[in-house]
Design a protein around this ligand. Structure first.
Ligand SMILES: O=C(O)CCC(=O)C(=O)O
Length: 240
């Protein structure tokens, strides 16, 4: 792994690429500096407020490309992200959308176990969960089930205030290894859309903001109807 002048990461090692293929996720420390993460949180929070979503009970605000503030737009297209995605999914990289997920004293529930593919179907995607606050088991850090992306886990539909309508039961995780992933602000978790994941509840009263940006391999035809716009970041897209 090499580090840029700002002390941030601009490539992953071959063993991290193999780990992504094996586990369906990797943690990349220092993708962005603490200062960049702090600045991103302020910009994202301001845009979430403009969109009247700060009081959203789910704590989730999805932004299509045209809805992003300029700082978020620059960050999701950052060359470091594109370079790592080229290593993980190949030379054709297309950005689809980003969401702010915010847990705090009011929005304290955990995100239930699920995979993201159930929400969009079509070709497989990759998302990056970027910590905009330090995250630990007390304020809602992520949990991942390594290797779960090798099959499509059945999901149940439920209606509740969390906005996470698709989930698997905790029983379905019996026997599955679970990793709990404390991270520092600026760290990132790259994960496959079939990887089962959840977050811990935020019992701390502290903020836990993240940005989750989603991309696809633009060389694969995608039958998903979720996205009407996208940004091709490298190579060419067969979808736009
Ligand atoms: O940040 C979180 O609490 C989990 C978010 C999540 O799992 C998702 O948006 O798919």
């Amino acid at each position: 792994m090499s580090d840029s002048a700002q002390g941030t990461t601009d490539a992953v090692t071959e063993s991290q690429v193999a780990q992504y293929e094996r586990d369906g996720f990797i943690v990349v420390p220092n993708l962005f500096s603490e200062q960049e993460a702090a600045q991103w949180k302020e910009a994202l929070k301001a845009r979430v407020a403009e969109l009247n979503k700060l009081e959203e009970p789910s704590g989730v605000c999805v932004m299509m490309p045209e809805m992003m503030d300029p700082y978020t737009s620059a960050k999701v297209q950052d060359a470091k992200i594109v370079g790592i995605l080229e290593q993980l999914i190949g030379p054709n990289v297309e950005f689809l959308s980003v969401k702010a997920v915010f847990k705090n004293a009011k929005t304290s529930f955990n995100s239930p176990w699920h995979h993201d593919w159930a929400y969009w179907l079509g070709s497989n995607k990759i998302s990056i969960w970027i910590a905009l606050d330090d995250a630990d088991p007390d304020n809602g850090c992520m949990r991942m089930a390594p290797g779960s992306h090798k099959q499509v886990a059945d999901m149940q539909k439920v209606e509740d205030r969390t906005g996470f309508g698709n989930r698997i039961s905790e029983d379905a995780l019996q026997g599955q290894t679970i990793e709990t992933l404390p991270v520092r602000r600026g760290d990132a978790i790259f994960f496959h859309d079939l990887t089962l994941h959840a977050s811990c509840p935020n019992t701390s009263g502290r903020d836990r903001w993240c940005a989750i940006a989603t991309y696809r391999d633009a060389s694969q035809k995608d039958s998903s109807t979720v996205w009407r716009s996208s940004i091709v970041l490298s190579g060419e897209s067969v979808n736009s």
